[in-house]
Write a protein that binds this ligand. Structure first.
Ligand code: DAH
Length: 347
């Protein structure tokens, strides 16, 4: 009897070894099924051995039974995990076979180039930010009130004429300058305040080398207590030196703007000879009219609800197109608006 137990144990272990070996070699789902039937099925190897349980001593039966159960569990687990592994492999192979290559037909899109006007605007804004200004923006479509009335521009001012300005209705127009942003800023933020604002502006202008009905300006405004003309001159002088170089000088000439009093136009050393005198500057050494500026008219402050007894301010406006042209040596404003990459890529 002792012998029978050992024989059955030995047989069970043999079955286990053989089964594990063949399971590892199986390559298809059918093969796994066949192996399952062969070793674990009703007429399988394991069942065959267990049929001889009757020949065992009663006390040995649970021992051999337990071994048989453990082997059955192990084989079942191995078959199902191997089956799953194979299933995954097959799925992956199928996916790979059915993969669609979506990369082959696309054509490379050409990337454009940063516009020199935008580069200038960002440079100007950075300079003013470094002097404590904030950057604000205003709409290109404005009210006649903000564009003219609030800026103390009289009814009979020529720039209000239909032939000078693009009206949308009687009360709405394409802004003729960035100065209406002054009004918006003062009404929204009150005093004190220190802002710049750049953007597109529009006037009836025949197109030539230096004129375009659409152009760009940068507006600046400072309102605080005790602001004087000295602050204005110093600020613009520093700004010009930072932008064009420390050897550049500024010259303030009296002028008239309805919204400033007093007003001035600013000339800057000639960009070509830097002040010595050359053909480009008619041997004067000056580049004319780079900026308009002045002390904010008390009427404009009061219009925006700011106490002109307590506060004063200065303002300035400059043409960004012109500054960009002299900075990069561009001689035709039309080049800015053709969007030709061969032009833009040079900057
Ligand atoms: N808005 C004026 C123009 O377009 C430029 C200007 C002049 C702006 C004087 C100002 C200023 O802020 O104070 O010609």
């Amino acid at each position: 009897m002792e012998n029978m137990k050992d024989i059955m144990k030995g047989r069970l272990l043999e079955i286990k070894d053989e089964a594990l070996k063949t399971i590892k070699e199986a390559r298809t789902l059918e093969e796994f099924e066949q192996l399952r039937v062969k070793f674990l099925g009703k007429k399988g190897e394991l069942t065959k051995v267990l049929r001889d349980m009757g020949k065992l001593a009663p006390e040995d039966r649970p021992i051999v039974g337990q071994i048989a159960n453990e082997i059955r569990d192990e084989l079942e687990e191995t078959i199902s995990s191997e089956k799953e592994r194979l299933n995954n492999e097959l799925k992956l192979a199928k996916l790979n076979k059915e993969k669609i290559d979506i990369t082959i037909t696309s054509k490379k899109k050409k990337v454009g180039h940063r516009h020199p006007l935008i580069a200038t605007i960002e440079e100007l804004e950075d300079l003013f930010i470094s002097m404590g200004f904030s950057v604000v923006s205003g709409p290109e479509i404005e009210t006649v009130e903000n564009n003219f009335d609030a800026l103390n521009s009289p009814e009979n001012h020529p720039s209000r004429d239909m032939s000078d300005t693009f009206y949308i209705t009687e009360d709405i127009l394409l802004r003729t300058h960035t100065s209406p942003v002054q009004i918006r800023a003062m009404k929204e933020m009150g005093a004190p305040l220190r802002i710049v604002s750049a953007g597109r502006t529009f006037r009836f202008d025949d197109v030539d080398d230096t004129h375009s009905p659409m152009f760009h300006q940068l507006e600046g405004l400072v309102v605080d207590e005790n602001i004087s003309m000295a602050n204005l001159i110093h600020t613009l002088d520093i700004f010009i030196k930072e932008l064009f170089g420390p050897d550049m000088k500024t010259r303030f000439r009296p002028h008239h703007f309805p919204f400033t009093e007093p007003s001035a136009e600013v000339d800057v050393s000639c960009f070509k000879c830097r002040g010595k005198g050359c053909e480009a500057c008619n041997f004067t050494g000056w580049s004319m009219e780079l900026l308009g500026c002045g002390m904010v008219h008390p009427k404009v402050l009061e219009y925006c609800g700011i106490d002109s007894e307590k506060y004063s301010g200065f303002a300035f406006g400059m043409g960004i197109d012109r500054i960009t042209m002299v900075k990069y040596g561009i001689n035709d404003i039309r080049l800015f608006f053709e969007n030709d990459n061969r032009f833009l890529e040079q900057f």
